[in-house]
Ligand binder design. Structure first.
Ligand code: NAP
Length: 496
């Protein structure tokens, strides 16, 4: 790896403490940082280098995946870090930062390669990028990259304004938009897994696949993020970015078909028809893992009259020869029964149309978290509806598995943009989402409810039942309802 400097705006913040420093530290322990490397952390708080290094060591003790971290290694890592107090709005701060950086680069024999990571609120992104450019910080003589964290806009117009502001100062190829779902090892493996396995590649198309279900469910509520969440909701917070990126990853299927093409092929949903294709809901009081929890409207910091969605599901169809006619059902929610991110591919059963009693379908389950694995439910026993589970787990498990931020930060330092969101994908995602936001704003889509600790609202079951499908957990509980002979709509008993 090339010698480089990592400049962290927001070095004193929560994300830096919980994710960024632990990721850099674990890369350091694995010998995956450049041999000559400097970290400059920025914030307004009045730390000096020593106090800040102490703060980082405490964060590593709490948040690094390698617990009981080795004191000597932590001290060696912390010695790479310098702290510089500055207000991001103060032009002189950038001049001082430039001198400090040049001095550090000279001491360590660095060659002017600089990565600027903006772990600050989004209103700072454009102004900081502009000041980095104006102050000459981007002209260190090597490469310069800018890494930013979501949210990338609040709607289509603000996302476009953000990219315009960033791209005035940095060419688009130097801006790395982090979507940490793309850093999850199972998501990263998807592409090579499919490309290198003809058995999978051959069946991922509309000839064999009945539908695809992408789920990210959380058991937590809004925790201490109520203020932010109540303005965002599940559609903005999870769906527009992480969920649509997962769609692009699974639907691209093979090399040579990029994520942008997938997103371009998704049929738009117009505002007035949104309610036919999406389900929005809010959790009410319930019980999660045996604990009674309040409803969303009773959460501290939430407007008691809020119409914010804590659950969002949608049916997306692709105008593409491989996937035409295959619904992609995507859902995400808070306070659900289970914490899990997974993609379930539901295969058609060729015998379905010929038999009076429908045989069980076969499933491929890509478990992304918490326990990455590939699971199959295979109808090995013929017609009796018994599904046999078969689970393949990656050899590299548990504590040793790198975290998303480790993989992504290393890629950014290497200049590999493969697992970052591209601006075009972000814009296309917002384009798809905007009419639905408009439908919400104009009360054109009902707000359903679901009890905390359930699998979501009944309306989301109906969304699939309209097409003769059921969510995987319903099919798993009762394999016989997993199919709809000859395309008839089936009725399923909903339990919530
Ligand atoms: P945070 O804890 O509020 O930290 C904000 C950081 O910004 C602090 O280091 C703060 O420094 C710095 N800052 C604020 N105003 C500044 C100014 N005028 N000049 C210089 N520095 C300033 O926020 P966070 O949770 O770390 O989030 C950072 C970014 O990541 C946000 O864009 C957020 O949306 C995104 N993000 C966070 C998470 C997460 O899990 N935390 C997840 C996804 C995305 P001082 O306090 O020292 O002034």
């Amino acid at each position: 790896m090339q010698p480089s400097a990592f400049v962290l705006f927001g070095g004193t913040g929560d994300l830096a403490k919980r994710k960024i420093f632990p990721a850099l530290y674990n890369l350091f322990l694995d010998g995956k940082l450049p041999e000559r490397f400097a970290i400059v952390a920025l914030g307004r708080k009045p730390f000096n280098d020593e106090l800040f290094r102490q703060h980082v060591k405490e964060s590593l003790g709490r948040f690094s995946r390698r617990e009981g971290a080795n004191a000597a290694a932590m001290a060696e890592f912390a010695a790479c870090i310098q702290y510089h107090a500055m207000d991001a709005g103060d032009p002189q701060g950038y001049e001082r930062l430039r001198s400090l950086l040049e001095q550090r680069e000279e001491e360590l024999g660095l060659t002017g390669n600089r990565l600027f990571y903006l772990s600050v609120a989004p209103e700072h992104f454009g102004p900081i990028a502009a000041r980095i450019r104006q102050s000459g910080l981007a002209d260190g003589g090597g490469w310069t990259r800018l890494v930013i964290e979501k949210p990338f806009g609040h709607d289509l117009a603000s996302a476009r304004a953000l990219s315009a502001a960033l791209h005035v100062s940095f060419p688009p190829e130097d801006v790395y938009y982090i979507d940490h779902y793309l850093g999850k090892p199972m998501v990263q493996n998807l592409q090579s897994l499919i490309a290198s396995n003809p058995v999978l590649k051959a069946v991922l198309n509309n000839r064999y696949v009945a539908n695809v279900q992408i789920t990210a469910s959380e058991t937590v509520g809004v925790e201490e993020r109520a203020g932010y969440y109540d303005r965002a909701g599940a559609l903005r917070d999870m769906f527009q970015n992480h969920m649509l990126q997962l769609l692009m990853m699974i639907a691209r299927r093979a090399e040579g078909y990029d994520k942008r093409q997938v997103m371009e092929s998704v049929y738009p949903v117009n505002r007035d028809e949104a309610a036919n294709h999406v389900v929005r809901a809010q959790y009410t009081a319930g019980s999660v893992a045996g604990r009674t929890v309040p409803g969303y409207l009773q959460e501290p910091g939430v407007d008691p009259g809020s119409a914010t969605d804590t659950y969002f599901a949608a049916r997306l169809m692709l105008d593409d020869p491989i996937w035409r006619g295959v619904p992609f059902y995507i859902r995400t929610g808070k306070r659900m029964k289970e914490k899990a991110t997974k993609i379930v591919v539901v295969f058609k059963n060729p015998l379905e149309s010929r038999l009076p009693e429908a045989p069980a379908r076969n499933y491929l389950i890509v478990n992304i978290q918490p326990n990455p694995s590939l699971d199959f439910r295979l109808n090995l026993s013929g017609l009796d509806g018994e599904l046999q589970p078969l689970s393949l787990q990656p050899a590299n498990r548990g504590e040793e598995e790198p975290e998303a931020y480790e993989l992504l930060l290393r890629d950014a330092l290497l200049g590999d943009p493969t697992f970052f969101a591209k601006w075009e994908e972000i814009e296309l995602s917002w384009k798809w989402v905007q009419p639905i936001l408009d439908a919400f704003a104009n009360r054109l889509a009902p707000l359903h409810t679901y009890p905390a600790g359930s699998n979501g609202p009944a309306a989301a079951d109906h969304l699939l039942a309209e097409d003769g499908h059921v969510w995987f957990e319903t099919a798993e509980a009762n394999p016989a309802v997993g199919v709809s002979p000859a395309g008839e709509t089936i009725s399923v008993a909903y339990e919530h």
